[in-house]
Each structure stands twice: as C-alpha cells, then as structure tokens.
Design a binder for this molecule. Structure first.
Ligand SMILES: C[S@@+](CC[C@H](N)C(=O)[O-])C[C@H]1O[C@@H](n2cnc3c(N)ncnc32)[C@H](O)[C@@H]1O
Length: 369
C-alpha cells in the first residue's frame, strides 16, 4: 500500500457513505467516491448529513443537481476538457453532474505539493470538472516522488574519476546536458510530466484531448518548467507509439495511466480489455537499453495491481531490477477532522482514532538496478 498523507495545501478530511470531503488549498470539496464503503456516522461528521462548511458539493446528474450528459458541454470546456468526450476516464464514466457551490470558487486555483527531501515543489491547478474530479490525483504523489528521485539520481556524479561526464561520453550515464527521456502517455493534466521536468528530465507528454494538453501546459508554467525540454503531443497514444517505434525513438522512463475507455484525437477507440496487452508489448519496445523505470498506473475497470505487476516480470527477466506494486491510498487528516468537529473529537483524543485510509487506485512499477 502506498499512502499519501495530507499536506498544507491538500487534506482528506473525511469519507463514508460513498462520499469524500477534501480540502484543496482553501476550498472544501465534497464528492462521490464509490470506494468509501463504510458509514459516515462511524468516523465522520454530521451523522450522515453533508459536512459543515463545504464550499462545493458534486451532485450527480439525475439527482436534481445536473442536466445530464448532453447538458454538460459548457462544463466540459470550463473543466479544461476542450469539449472532448475523452474524459470519461476515471472509475465511473456515468458520473457526470454539477457542482453546487456555497461560495464563489475560481475556475482554477493552484495547489502546491511539497515533495520533501530537498525536491522542488509541484504546483498544479485544481478545477471543478463536470466529471466530479479536480484534475489532481494526490494518491499519485508516490509516483511523482519516486520518478523524481530516480531521474535525479541518474544524473548524479558517481564520484569516480571523470564522474558523470566520462560516463556520459561512454553513454552509460545521464547528465544535465544529456538527461533521461521520459514518455508520459495518457498524461491528462500533467502532474507526472511536471514532476519529471522538475527533476531535470526531457519529457514527451501525450494525450488525445486538447483541453488536457492545455491544462498540462498551464501546470508546467505554474511550476516554472515551461521552458524545460518538453514535447506536447496531441495524438492517440497507440498511433503515437507505433510511429515512435518506426522512427527508432527510445525512452529511458515510461509512465502510463490508461483509462478503461477513451478516444484518440481522431476518434480512435481505446478499450483497456482489448488494447492493454498489445499496447504493453509496444511499450517494451520503446524502452532504451539504459531505461530507468516503467510506471503502470490504473483506475480502470477494477483491475488489481497484481495483474499489472505480472506484466512487468518480463522486464525483470530481461533486465533485472525490481518491481513494486499495490494500492494508491490517501490517509485522513485527523487534525483537520477534529478542527472541523469543533474540537469535539480532539477532547476524546482524535489522535487515538485510526485515520481512514481511502483506496484510490493501483500502481505497478519497475526500476532498473
Ligand atoms: C486516467 S486519465 C490519466 C490521468 C493522469 N495520468 C493524471 O494522473 O492526471 C486518462 C487520460 O487519457 C486520455 N486519453 C484517453 N484515450 C486516449 C487515447 N486513445 N490516446 C491518448 N490519450 C487518451 C484522456 O484524454 C485523459 O486525459
């Protein structure tokens, strides 16, 4: 299990009854989460009613809060989706609806993630999209940090005579001038792209939605890395990697987060159960001889991280290295929970309670030795 703990600008405050309450910067957001399969009254606030002081609540279409799929075009554009229906990508594609706001919330606002250990911070814009998500998946923090550390380490001098420079000449090591090349497929709002750029990599970001690529661009700008070496590719992921193989291009790190269902920029259909395995075969062909890592992220179709990890065994067999896998989770902030409860729970010792752990997604990842 990879557990992300709340930070200054993001906190999971509570969850239960199929809902979760989070804080993004200064805004408290409540929205459905089918994984929150426990009663809110047990650990939550408000005995089953909606939490106090919530700034925006997502109301599913059909619950009186939304106008249905056909009525969401305006919201799609506002959510950065460019009117492209490919954002039917998370756990429940039918979950469209509207946000009921109790205070004015900007179209987008920045949320900063402190990466720790001397790594630069990641700054990402949150938005209230008509698909109930915010364009930020804090549970992926572990992937952002892991890739940043591997990229940075790959460019550090070995301390031996000649160091990284002589290794670079012999082609065995990366340097700032010759950084690892990272491919981020289905890159969406680009947090993983920004993380890799911050660590000094050269990044190719691929997504079929114009709105998503624009959002990722904005995030790169917000994090101060728009001037770093990055290629923004608006294309079907399958078509793009086939072309890259024909062109003989290779990558030193690949990150992919395939949806259950999606569409390429020209309407090509992506179905995970049909396309995942042949796609992965092509991905393996794109890995360079000195590749550092491969990250397979998932929210789609209820697959287990074990299922994803077995595919990576092939890499260990051929190249050595290590695989790790598990669920991506977020831990409740008990201090924010108790603050919201008006200190009530603090007096019974909120810290004595076990925080809720919300399962959010899965990952399997390989790194070379
Ligand atoms: C599951 S999300 C990725 C989330 C992202 N990795 C993140 O952490 O923010 C899926 C993304 O895949 C894109 N997409 C769907 N089908 C695609 C295709 N055939 N080719 C390229 N991108 C596609 C969607 O536009 C969407 O941005």
């Amino acid at each position: 299990m990879f557990i992300f703990k709340s930070q200054k600008e993001y906190a999971l405050i509570d969850a239960g009854d199929g809902l979760k309450l989070e804080r993004y910067g200064e805004y408290l957001i409540a929205r459905p989460d089918p994984q929150a399969l426990w009663p809110k009254g047990l650990l939550g606030l408000g005995d089953g009613n909606i939490w106090p002081n919530t700034d925006a609540i997502f109301a599913k279409a059909g619950n009186g809060g939304g106008s249905g799929r056909g009525g969401n075009n305006e919201g799609r554009s506002a959510g950065g989706n460019g009117g492209n229906a490919t954002h039917r990508h998370l756990d429940d594609e039918e979950e469209t609806g509207n946000w009921i706001k109790t205070r004015s919330i900007p179209d987008r606002w920045p949320v900063k993630f402190d990466m720790g250990d001397g790594l630069p911070s990641l700054n990402i814009y949150a938005r209230l999209t008509p698909f109930k998500h915010t364009g930020i998946f804090p549970e992926q923090f572990t992937n952002w940090k892991w890739s940043m550390e591997l990229i940075k380490k790959s460019m550090e001098s070995t301390g031996e005579k000649g160091g990284a420079e002589s290794d670079a000449k012999s082609g065995t090591k990366f340097t700032k001038e010759n950084p690892p090349k990272i491919l981020n497929l289905f890159g969406y709002s680009g947090a993983a792209t920004v993380a890799a750029l911050l660590a000094g990599a050269h990044v190719t970001h691929v997504d079929s939605s114009k709105g998503a690529v624009t959002w990722a661009n904005e995030n790169a700008e917000l994090s101060g890395v728009l001037d770093k070496p990055v290629r923004w590719i608006l294309e079907d992921a399958v078509s793009f990697i086939k072309k890259e193989i024909r062109r003989g291009n290779k990558y030193d790190g690949i990150i992919l987060d395939p949806p259950a269902f999606g569409r390429g920029a020209k309407g090509e259909v992506w179905k995970i159960e049909r396309d995942f395995l042949p796609f992965l075969e092509l991905i393996f062909e794109l890995l360079s001889d000195k590749a550092l890592f491969l990250i397979l992220n998932g929210y789609a179709a209820g697959y287990s991280s074990i299922a994803y990890s077995q595919n990576l065994q092939k890499l260990v067999g051929e190249r050595g290295g290590e695989i790790e896998y598990g669920e991506l989770c977020i831990e409740q902030s008990l201090s924010e929970f108790s603050k919201m409860a008006g200190g009530k729970d603090a007096s019974d010792g909120a810290e004595k309670k076990s925080p809720i752990i919300l399962p959010c997604g899965i990952v399997a990842r390989w790194k070379s030795n």
